[in-house]
Write a protein that binds this ligand. Structure first.
Ligand SMILES: [Zn+2]
Length: 446
């Protein structure tokens, strides 16, 4: 996991300009927002101070980060609310535009995962030390960078008295690394304060070098998740006479092999097709890349394309492969106690990630196919459906255009994420509520 981020001079400016573009004439905003070295220093200081607030989750204690941010907003004349469960509060605020709508939400999270193995860190995890233009610390990447840059965006817009057309909202929430209780609390208890047509949240990914080209990923969707539990029911016995028993571990092993061999349906979304096309041409050249795409970018041929990409960049190819289908990863087997005892029961856990057009039933159907003929019960541990926002919107176009403008010779591409963030609360809560389109555009700008 990354625990450092580069100090890029363009970062805050990119975010401000990109995110606000639909709300203010872009050219005039670029003229208005000059990101000076003093602004950079202030952003870095705010970022460092946030890292130094230990918000390791569990237990979180994100309320301390919320109070810190409140003080910064207060001192810049921006009213804000600190709301949520005791000691796990979220901070929310806004800058009113000339019209109430559309609304754009900057969303980030203040909690961090535990800093395991503290003794081996070259830079103590909560020191926020700077070395060679990098800031080191737990949560530097995920997600205090966003908390700080988005907060500074509001502060600078307020200070420069920039007139926005719509309203810019800000929410730095607790517990994203846990159950998402911070975002869940806000969307349930005070939905009107955070509901927005557009959201810039965490997500995105580090830029990828593909051949001679650098690609910035703009996350517009996340795969769904189904965690399933299997319970194999055999017959216990003594290890000295195995044929008298029915070994539950062996039953589970068969199920796991079936699960890992299962070929799931291929779905090629527009976003993934676009990415594969660009990556294939970058690696294979215009002629060969175009030919292979035109003849094989379909359900039957896609693995051949991905295998070719894998010979250049295995990691990228497998990420793209995972974005074209449901993935099934059987990960936990618990069974047996003694060397001479045949286990009568065995428990297994399976991590399934779903495509945007798939639901819980698709996951259970796939598993049922793999346990047919085996005495295994199936249960659901957790389920979250996938989310996908359109990438054919003015808002998306603005972010893509400006990313390419500020990083010449780079491409920006929409991306489906194999992971999951708080956007699951934002979309499911708000699309139905507002009957409007919501963009969840993750970003990595710099
Ligand atoms: Zn995160």
């Amino acid at each position: 996991m990354l625990a450092r981020v580069p100090i890029f001079r363009t970062t805050a400016r990119t975010l401000i300009v990109g995110a606000c573009a639909p709300y203010v004439a872009r050219i005039s905003l670029v003229d208005k927002i000059e990101f000076s070295s003093a602004d950079l220093d202030e952003t870095v200081r705010l970022f460092q101070e946030l890292i130094r607030i230990d918000t390791t989750n569990p237990p979180g204690n994100e309320g301390r980060a919320a109070e810190y941010l409140k003080a910064r907003f207060d001192s810049n004349g921006i009213d804000c609310d600190v709301l949520g469960e005791p000691s796990r509060e979220n901070v929310i605020t806004k800058i009113r535009g000339q019209k109430q709508r559309p609304r754009l939400l900057f969303e980030s999270h203040t909690d961090v995962v535990p800093a395991v193995g503290v003794g081996v860190w070259n830079h103590p995890p909560f020191s926020a030390e700077i070395e060679d233009e990098w800031i080191y610390g737990r949560g530097a990447w995920d997600d205090k960078f966003d908390v700080a840059v988005q907060a500074m965006s509001l502060i600078l817009l307020k200070r420069r008295n920039v007139k926005l057309c719509g309203t810019l909202l800000y929410a730095a929430v607790a517990d994203e690394e846990g159950s998402g209780s911070g975002a869940a609390w806000l969307t349930k208890k005070v939905p009107d304060k955070v509901a927005a047509e557009y959201v810039v949240g965490e997500g995105g990914a580090p830029p990828t070098q593909v051949g001679g080209q650098k690609i910035y990923w703009i996350t517009t969707g996340e795969k769904g998740l189904a965690w399933l539990k299997l319970t194999a029911k055999g017959k216990a016995g003594h290890g000295s006479v195995p044929t008298l028993a029915n070994n539950a571990n062996l039953m589970m092993a068969k199920a796991f092999i079936n699960l890992s061999n299962l070929k799931t349906k291929v779905t090629i979304t527009d976003e993934v097709a676009r990415a594969i096309r660009i990556v294939a041409i970058a690696f294979l050249g215009e002629n060969e890349g175009s030919e292979i795409i035109n003849s094989q970018l379909n359900e039957l041929g896609i693995d051949k394309i991905l295998d070719r990409i894998a010979s250049n960049d295995k990691e990228l190819a497998e990420e793209l492969r995972a974005l074209t289908r449901m993935t099934i990863s059987p990960n936990v087997i618990v069974g047996g106690t003694e060397t001479n005892v045949i286990p009568g029961t065995c428990e297994g856990k399976v991590d399934i990630r779903l495509m945007p057009d798939q639901n819980r039933d698709c996951a259970t159907k796939a598993v049922i196919e793999c346990i047919r003929g085996l005495d295994i019960d199936l249960g659901v541990i957790d389920y979250t459906e996938a989310s996908l926002s359109p990438s054919n919107t003015d808002f998306y176009d603005a972010i893509e255009t400006i990313t390419e403008e500020l990083a010449p010779a780079c491409s920006a591409l929409p991306r489906l994420s194999t992971g999951m963030s708080d956007s699951r609360f934002l979309e499911s809560s708000w699309i139905d509520r507002l009957w409007v389109r919501a963009d969840v555009a993750g970003h990595y700008v710099g």
